[in-house]
Design a protein. Sequence first.
Length: 223
Amino acid sequence: MGGREVGDPYEDARRAMVALIERYGVRDRRVLDAMLEVPRHLFVPEEQRRRAYEDHPLPIECGQTISQPYIVALMSELMELRGGERVLEVGTGSGYQAAVLSLLAAEVYGVEYRRELFERVKTRLAEAGYGDVHLRCGDGYWGWPEAAPFDAVMITCGAPRVPEPLIEQLKTGGRIVLPLGRPPHSLSLVRFRKTSRGLVKDSRGAVSFVPMRGRVERPPEEK
Ligand code: SAH
């Protein structure tokens, strides 16, 4: 699988991007290889293509962003994927992270809130050769109950708390990786592991992300 073009003019840039990510400390070889393979330039708007392999986030449509390559790598590594897993991504945006995940796991389910981005990402993933990613438009707060349970869940928008349905849809032993806190800047990259005694948290430093919209913006329901 994969959308590598013949005579891809971005191959050297992509190699340099991955070398930088490796220097920053990402060790998971499967993650590095996936990022060597996915043509990131196909996931950004035309006018951003020449910047696609620089290590920053870039604007995509609807005022949203495609995450910085290093953060994509780090979040992917934190998912601890070995190839057989079923994973959920909340906030599919450009589709780049979903394409990377599709090379790391057996099945990827992506939920995107904004209709315009959803329509675009469907076409974009299919054209780039990642048409096996399952996509849905809606509020990712509710997860994807029909496809649950998941081995790992990634949320790529900033949220003040982990949505309860996503915890329920995770297997015991599963991971949830997300920017947790007050968007856009008071967020830390966090991984929760679901154990038989509840969630175990591991924090990995400050990050910036666009906010998660929808149900999570309202207070939690009383129990
Ligand atoms: N992973 C994306 C990053 C996109 S930015 C990529 O690789 O390009 C975050 C995305 O989260 C935006 O597209 C935004 O529309 C989406 N989003 C925000 N709130 C959401 C919600 N409640 N459910 C699903 N997607 C959401």
